[in-house]
Design a binder for this molecule. Structure first.
Ligand SMILES: [Zn+2]
Length: 153
C-alpha cells in the first residue's frame, strides 16, 4: 500500500468532492490507475428521497481522466447500487464527475471539445493522449445528450 501522505496528495490533485484516492498503481510506464473511494456510505433514493446506507452491489470500472503531466490517468470507479430501506427499490448512485455508461470524466470531455474547437481532432487527441476514434465517440455522445435535453425542455 502506498503511504497515506501520497494518497492524500493524489486526492488533492484529483479534486473530486467527496472522494479520496484509496490506492494507485502504474498500468504501464506512462499510465496511472487511481482507485477512488467515496468518503460517505450514504445515498439518497431517487424514488422516495430517503437516505439509505444499504449497499446492494458494487460495480467497478475504469474511467479515463485528464492527463497528469506526461501520464495518462485512469480512475477505478466504484458505482454502488443501493437498496432503499424505505421503498425497497434498487438504484445506482450518481457520480458527480462521470455520466452513467460513460468511460471518460466530464472534465475530460469538456477539455477535449474545447481543444477540438480551438485546433482540430488530431491536435486535441495528441494533447490529451486519446485517439481520434475516442474523440468521435465523445462528440457523438455529446450530440445525443443535446438532443435528449431538447426533448425534455
Ligand atoms: Zn426509496
Amino acid at each position: 500500500m502506498p503511504s497515506n501522505s501520497l494518497l492524500y496528495f493524489i486526492t488533492n490533485i484529483i479534486k473530486f468532492e467527496g472522494f479520496k484516492a484509496k490506492n494507485y498503481h502504474f498500468i504501464t510506464d506512462d499510465e496511472l490507475l487511481i482507485e477512488l473511494e467515496k468518503k460517505e456510505n450514504l445515498a439518497i433514493c431517487p424514488h422516495c428521497n430517503k437516505q439509505t446506507d444499504k449497499i446492494h452491489q458494487s460495480h467497478r470500472y475504469r474511467v479515463r481522466d485528464i492527463p497528469l503531466s506526461s501520464y495518462d490517468v485512469f480512475l477505478l470507479v466504484n458505482r454502488r447500487q443501493f437498496r432503499c430501506k424505505n421503498c425497497r427499490k434498487v438504484f445506482s448512485e450518481e457520480l458527480s464527475f462521470v455520466k452513467k455508461r460513460r468511460t471518460y470524466t466530464k472534465r475530460l470531455a469538456k477539455k477535449v471539445i474545447k481543444e477540438v474547437l480551438e485546433t482540430d481532432v488530431v491536435n486535441a487527441g495528441k494533447r490529451n493522449r486519446i485517439t481520434p476514434a475516442e474523440i468521435d465517440t465523445i462528440l457523438k455522445e455529446l450530440e445525443a445528450d443535446c438532443l435528449q435535453e431538447n426533448r425534455q425542455t
